[in-house]
Design a protein around this ligand. Structure first.
Ligand SMILES: Nc1ncnc2c1ncn2[C@@H]1O[C@H](COP(=O)(O)OP(=O)(O)OP(=O)(O)O)[C@@H](O)[C@H]1O
Length: 793
């Protein structure tokens, strides 16, 4: 099996040479061998069922009509490159893992067997043990599998497969049968094989040449994927997908060479084989080729007849020089975006990037990218799963993409690389994590990322300003103007999480916040813009949080603020109020939650203070009595309000307690997280001293003596409290008592004597029978109609 021989040596002649009478025979024997081998592998293997979701996934892939099947190659090359990275990393502390001779060559080879239409991809990476093959390629449930299936059901793009960590299976876009031959240093060589029929087979490999170490994937191309069975197509694709892979990728190509007629082609081939066995490097072989040329020159005097012959050779398709080592001015936008796709497994362009070199005590080079879209599980799994976007290299050697020491969680959506010459190369990952230099790198990376974001944000503000003023000169492009809005939509919540988690950069992050306010219309605005519009004497930045802009704008909490012309920030994201719990001030201005007790509109003068005191005194009896009759342990007190205009009363919470909005969020979380509890906060009822209902209640109380307070006054006080709770966004504890009180009021309004209802049981039973009879009749009618329809047909 010459194609398999090719896995062991860089130069092969797989018998496709033309001009031989035996070529057709060789091809058919070869094809037969393939078929027999396939049968043996499948029959002798231990059978395993794929995990249920993997079966569904493969089923979708194998039957997919998705036209861009090319992606399978990108995914397999990327897996090969990851496997090579892993063995290279291990070799830093133990060189012996690399083995000797060809096995130590960290490369990827791709070749075709045109006769059997099998495509081969092999790497000399870490390989997989039997157990790895079982787990990695089929039985371990990955969260990405179900998430990807969900996306596909929603009409998602197959191109996303790599981002969900299930890229390997994309091979079934082009294959109906796949064998994975793998050799790990710790185990024997095994073959995994499957026709994507719900099961796979594993057997110890007695079929193929020893791989030494690494993985060989044999892709039996489907009838409709034969286009991948041509050298030209493979060359184009490998070049496209391997440009930024840091290991050499060779494609086996067929070349025409001149062969002297006298010399038997067999001898020529044998000579070639001898050379390979000597284990010469490619470069040496090239030199060898030069020698040949010289020889030919010498023999020129007596020209000999030659004929053309096809010969197979390994062609290097990438230059694998790290792009980050190049000068930024030498790298094109297209190259940056291509590298982004290679490094991120994304298929859309990055939103923005930065290529820089940090100098000083700690030296490193880096390219950082902000993607256009947030990873599918970035927010859902925020605390559980780390993102693997940023790759750490030490002196060009990939170390890890799982270093929380490199970038904080809230910025872990950032992709790219950091390559440092300062970090030690030959230490374990654990020791590397302790390195002080890593802290410095992290600090600089964070600064750089925040800088990139700030620039987009500033451009947006500049564009807005210019549009308002009607200026056009030196205006950034439309794309640049719209970049921050896109960023905010995808990563705004990450910025908010940053405000909670990153105390050092809190102020920088607050500058990046975007929100709607009572004065922003449909647009989003910034804290700086808010401050620019603040009224004279306005001390605080007012905000209110709720579920929607409409709800917050119509809330009684903000009525007086709006009436007096103060701008109020409307927060409508569940995170917003948490964020504001951490962001107490901005630019020396305090934030003030309009639903909290201590809301101060302006500093009051002596006259106003006196007036307040008088009002308090006037309503003292009412407020004391009200607190008593409401009889709610959570009600701390009843107070005269200075924030209400047309609403009779509202319920506010203490400065450090949870607002109604926060209570709502926490209640929802307590439901979704079993075991978590939720304790409501203390509340204060604020009453509007100018409201007729409040004034009437006060008068009623004043007219009554202590024991003769009407029952209806008590009910009114309770009902007003419960209504205020609802309007303020709380959930009343006893909905039944509330509705009973409400019906009582309606009874009086409608002049009804009693709310008792007489139910006649027989009547009810009769009605059930009639309903049943009606249903039967309708069913009979339906059947009749169906029968008629059939007749017509
Ligand atoms: N060539 C290979 N050498 C060694 N292990 C491999 C190779 N190809 C796949 N694997 C193993 O199989 C696993 C599953 O591969 P798969 O492509 O489905 O997911 P992934 O590599 O984790 O994610 P992605 O597809 O996004 O790269 C890999 O994580 C790796 O452990």
């Amino acid at each position: 099996d010459t194609a398999v021989d090719a896995t062991a040596t860089p130069k092969v002649d797989n018998g496709v040479s033309s001009g031989h009478a035996t070529a057709t025979d060789a091809t058919s024997i070869h094809r037969e061998n393939e078929a027999m081998s396939k049968q043996r592998v499948r029959d002798s293997g231990e059978q395993f069922a794929f995990q249920a979701e993997v079966t569904r996934l493969m089923d979708i892939i194998i039957h997919s009509l998705y036209s861009n099947k090319d992606i399978f190659l990108r995914e397999l090359i990327s897996n090969a490159s990851d496997a090579l990275d892993k063995i290279r990393f291990l070799s830093l502390t133990d060189k012996s893992v690399l083995g000797d001779g060809d096995t130590a060559n960290l490369d990827i080879k791709i070749w075709l067997d045109p006769a059997s239409k099998v495509l081969y991809i092999r790497d000399r990476g870490i390989g997989m043990t039997k157990d790895d093959l079982i787990k990695n390629l089929g039985t371990i449930a990955k969260s990405g599998t179900s998430a990807f299936l969900e996306q596909m059901q929603k009409g998602g793009d197959m191109n996303l497969i790599g981002q969900f960590g299930v890229g390997f299976y994309s091979v079934y876009l082009v294959a109906d049968y796949v064998e994975v031959v793998s050799k790990h240093n710790d185990d024997a060589q095994y073959i995994w094989s499957s026709t994507a029929d719900g099961s796979f087979a594993i057997s110890e490999d007695t079929e193929n040449e020893p791989l030494g170490r690494g993985t060989l994937i044999k892709i039996h191309l489907k009838e409709e994927a034969q286009e991948y069975g041509t050298e030209a197509k493979l060359k184009e694709l490998v070049q496209r997908y391997s440009e930024f892979i840091n290991f050499p990728i060779y494609l086996q190509t067929e070349k025409e060479v001149e062969v002297p007629v006298e010399e038997e082609p067999e001898e020529e081939a044998a000579k070639e084989d001898d050379k390979e066995e000597e284990g010469k490097e490619d470069e040496e072989e090239e030199e060898g080729a030069e020698d040949d040329e010289e020889e030919t020159k010498e023999e020129e005097e007596k020209p000999k007849a030659t004929r053309k012959e096809k010969k197979l050779d390994w062609e290097l398709l990438n230059d694998n020089k790290a792009i980050w080592l190049r000068k930024p001015s030498d790298v094109t936008e297209e190259e940056y975006q291509k590298f982004y796709k290679a490094v991120s497994k994304d298929y859309t362009d990055a939103l923005t990037y930065s290529h820089f070199r940090a100098e000083g005590d700690v030296e490193f080079r880096s390219i950082l990218y902000i993607p256009s879209f947030s990873p599918y599980d970035f927010y859902d799994k925020y605390y559980e799963k780390a993102q693997h976007g940023l790759k750490l290299y030490v002196r060009r050697v990939f170390i890890s993409d799982d270093m929380k020491e490199l970038i904080p969680r809230y910025l872990s959506f950032v992709k790219g690389i950091v390559d440092s010459d300062t970090l030690p190369l030959n230490v374990s990952r654990e020791m590397l994590q302790q390195e002080a230099a890593l802290k410095t790198i992290k600090k600089k990376v964070v600064r750089k990322v925040l800088d990139m974001i700030r620039k987009m944000a500033e451009t947006e503000v500049k564009c807005k300003d210019m549009e308002e003023k009607g200026e056009t000169e030196d205006k950034p492009t439309e794309k640049e103007c719209g970049q921050y809005a896109k960023f905010w939509e995808q990563f705004g919540r990450a910025i908010k999480l940053g405000i909670i988690e990153d105390t050092t950069n809190r102020n920088r992050l607050a500058k990046l916040l975007r929100f709607q306010t009572s004065k922003s219309g449909d647009k989003l605005t910034t804290l700086d813009e808010y401050i620019g519009r603040m009224k004279e004497g306005q001390k605080s930045i007012y905000y209110l949080a709720g579920t929607s802009k409409e709800e917050v704008a119509g809330s009684p909490f903000v009525e007086q603020l709006l009436r007096k012309g103060y701008e109020v920030i409307y927060f409508t994201d569940v995170l917003d109020e948490y964020v504001m719990g951490h962001l107490l001030d901005y630019d020396d201005r305090k934030f003030s939650n309009a639903s909290k007790e201590d809301l101060k509109l302006t500093d009051k003068d002596e006259v106003e203070k006196k007036k307040d005191k008088e009002l308090k005194e006037q309503f003292k009896d009412l407020t004391k009595w009200w607190k008593k009759v409401v009889d709610d342990s959570k009600l701390q007190g009843v107070k005269v309000s200075n924030r209400l205009a047309t609403t009779p009363c509202i319920v506010v919470t203490g400065k450090y307690g949870n607002s109604a909005n926060m209570e709502r969020i926490m209640r929802a979380q307590a439901f979704s997280r079993p075991g978590s509890s939720f304790t409501p906060t203390q509340r204060t009822l604020e009453i509007n001293p100018r409201h007729p209902l409040i004034v009437a209640l006060k008068d009623k109380l004043a007219a009554a003596t202590e024991d003769s307070v009407e029952e209806s006054a008590v009910a009114t006080a309770r009902l007003l409290y419960e209504t205020a709770l609802l309007e303020s966004g709380f959930v009343p504890d006893d909905a039944k008592a509330f509705s009973q009180r409400m019906y009582g009021v309606l009874k009086d309004t409608l002049g009804v004597d009693s709310l008792d209802v007489t139910l006649e049981e027989e009547e009810a039973a009769d009605r059930e029978e009639t309903d049943e009879a009606d249903a039967k009749e309708a069913e009979a009618e339906e059947k009749k109609e169906e029968a008629e329809e059939k007749d017509e047909l």
